[in-house]
Design a protein around this ligand. Structure first.
Ligand SMILES: Cc1ncc(COP(=O)(O)O)c(C=O)c1O
Length: 404
């Protein structure tokens, strides 16, 4: 089976896990701290906070922004309709309202023009609080223009970079291009650790807030507790004699989004291989594009850009009347090539958002088309040359048989 994503447990991964087991400490500790430091360095931000998943990164990040910027309840967030559903869910679950604008059909990113046109048309722009672009499949959104629009309209920007570890935009990595960003290290993503997420930001206050929110709002956010040494930065008069314990003093209503040492240890191993992972994926995308170019009247191939860190190899069936996506996917799966749909257009194609169907129907043509006809296959670093040739052979076979 040629999977969308694969995780190979080699000697380094085993050693990392054993180190955690031997340390006797499996809940958040030194490995998590080390991962946060290394990931912030890799992305190019002042800090990073590890959480249990990309979804919890989105929720904790939005909660932190709400507190720091006193965001109004039910504030509107301009975002993409074409993404993994966690992006929209986090907006709704934090009491904000997603407002969808259409995407660019080649990069799947929301466009500055669509954002601007929308903001120019609305009755009360004061209801809007944020733009939340998603760098889908690794493609960076046009952050310079998005930042300018946000500035013009007094909005915050939060990047969802869950699928774009290592993508470069104008010389900087995605995840460092706005107020804050979330990442996911889920198994099918560019850097993997099973289940893990992170927030990256240059704002120290947001780092502190996310650390509290992910630990049930506890007062304490020190990396290591100093109370046994008779010190506590949260109570300067503390001498180790009184009953004060900031770990069980809660100043916010938060969540448990803490992670474990195992995930951080695995992510650290992957992080060392990040450049290799990006390059391998990039080469596979380039090669597949060259080989499948002959079918480009039928399939929209992924735009190639060496700066993109590809999460997968996305395709859009351009002529569904000739062959359906369903048929293409069934053929590929039967030949052992795993496929996944390109998420669906959230407000018109996802049952959980059916209450928005009539509001958005026919208003998001590119997202609806990609959501209905888009799918992706793997281009991950463990694919061999033979695997890649096999993929090409399968496409040739399926298209030839279907088109005759
Ligand atoms: C764009 C995007 N945002 C958020 C998430 C949520 O991440 P997780 O699955 O780690 O909760 C994902 C996961 O695939 C994603 O693709």
């Amino acid at each position: 089976m040629i999977k969308v994503g694969e995780f190979k447990v080699g000697a380094e991964e085993k050693e990392a896990i054993n180190e955690v087991l031997e340390s006797g400490k499996i809940s958040e500790g030194e490995k998590v701290r080390e991962f946060e430091k290394m990931f912030a360095k890799y992305i190019g931000t002042k800090g990073a906070v590890a959480v249990s998943s990309g979804t919890s990164a989105l929720i904790a990040g939005l909660e932190a922004v709400k507190i720091k910027f006193k965001v109004r309840p039910k504030g509107k967030v301009v975002t993409t309709p074409l993404t993994y559903i966690a992006t929209s869910n986090a907006i709704v679950l934090t009491g904000l309202e997603p407002i969808y604008v259409d995407i660019d059909k080649d990069t799947f990113c929301i466009t500055p023009d669509n954002i601007k046109d929308h903001l120019e048309e609305v009755d009360d722009v004061a209801e809007y609080v944020m733009i939340l672009p998603v760098h889908l499949m690794g493609y960076p959104c046009d952050m310079d223009k998005i930042t300018k629009i946000a500035r013009d309209y007094g909005l915050l920007v939060f990047e969802d970079s869950a699928q774009a570890h290592g993508t470069i935009y104008n010389g900087k990595k995605t995840g460092s291009l706005s107020l804050l960003a979330d990442f996911s290290f889920y198994i099918a993503h560019n850097i993997q650790a099973g289940e893990l997420g992170a927030i990256t930001t240059n704002e120290i206050e947001l780092i502190k807030l996310v650390k509290k929110i992910k630990a049930n709002g506890r007062l304490c956010d020190c990396p290591v507790c100093l109370r046994s040494e008779g010190k506590c930065p949260k109570l300067l008069s503390y001498k180790g004699e009184d009953d004060f314990d900031p770990r069980f003093t809660h100043e916010l209503i938060g969540y448990n989004f803490k992670t474990m040492e195992f995930q951080a240890a695995l992510a650290l191993v992957q992080l060392k291989k990040a450049d290799w992972i990006k390059e391998k994926r990039s080469k596979i995308v380039k090669h597949l594009n060259e080989e499948l170019e002959q079918f480009s009247d039928l399939l929209q191939l992924p735009k190639y850009d060496k700066n993109v860190s590809y999460m997968a190899y996305p395709l859009v069936n351009k002529q569904p009347e000739k062959i359906s996506r369903k048929k293409l996917r069934i053929h590929l799966e039967k030949l052992g090539i795993e496929t996944r749909p390109l998420f669906g257009c959230i407000p018109t194609q996802q049952p959980a958002y059916s209450h928005l169907h009539d509001v958005y129907e026919n208003k998001l043509p590119n997202a609806e088309f990609a959501g209905r006809n888009g799918f992706y296959i793997g281009c991950h670093q463990y694919l061999t040359n033979e695997d890649v040739e096999y993929i090409v052979k399968c496409f040739k076979k399926i298209i030839k048989n279907e088109m005759q």
